[in-house]
Design a protein around this ligand. Sequence first.
Ligand code: URA
Length: 200
Amino acid sequence: MSELEKLAAEVSSCTRCLLHKARTKAVPGEGAEDAEIMFIGEAPGFHEDQQGRPFVGAAGQFLDELLARIGYARESVYIANVIKCRPPGNRDPLPEEMEACKSFLDRQIVLIQPKIIVTLGRFSMARVFPNARISVIHGQAHKVDGIIYYPMYHPAAALHQPSLRRVLEEDVERIPDLLKGVVQLSETHAEPEAQQLTLF
Ligand code: URA
C-alpha cells in the first residue's frame, strides 16, 4: 500500500469533524501519485458522496472537458478537495471543518509534490491567498514555497454563470505553457527565472 493509499484509508474512517456522521463515503481524492498537476476543489457534492470519488457530477464532467482541451486525462493528474466529506445540502464548508481536514490535504501535497497546484474556486484559493479575490487573481500563477499555485474559478460556477465557461477555458489553456516553464526551471534550478512566473 502506498503512503497515499494509507492516507486515503485514514480519510475514509476519519471522525475529526461532524461531517462524518452524514457522509455516505468520504472522498480522499484520486489520480496519478506522481502527477505534475494537482487540482484542488472545494468539497464533495451529492454524486461524489455516493461514489467516494472527486468531481464525478456535472462540475466534474466540465472539469474533464477542460482537461481534454489541454490533452490531459483525469488519470494523469491528481484531483482532491479542501474537505473530504460532503457538507449537508452542499453548504459552504465551515472553518472548523476545513481546519480538521487541513492536514490531509497538506500531506497529499507533500506526497504528490506536484509542479502546479490549480485551485478551483474561492475556498481552495483561500488556503494560499486568504485575502485575494478570485475575480482578480484567476489565471495568474504565483510561486509559494516552491510550488506554482494557479487559481481558477470553480467549474460549477460556469454551470450557473455561462459567461465563466470561456474564462475557465482560457485559464486552463495557459497551463501547458506554465508547466513547460516549470519543467525547465526544475531542471536548471534557476531561481531568478522562477520569479518571472510570479505574475502579480
Ligand atoms: N465540487 C467540488 O468542489 N468537488 C467535488 O469533488 C465535486 C464538486
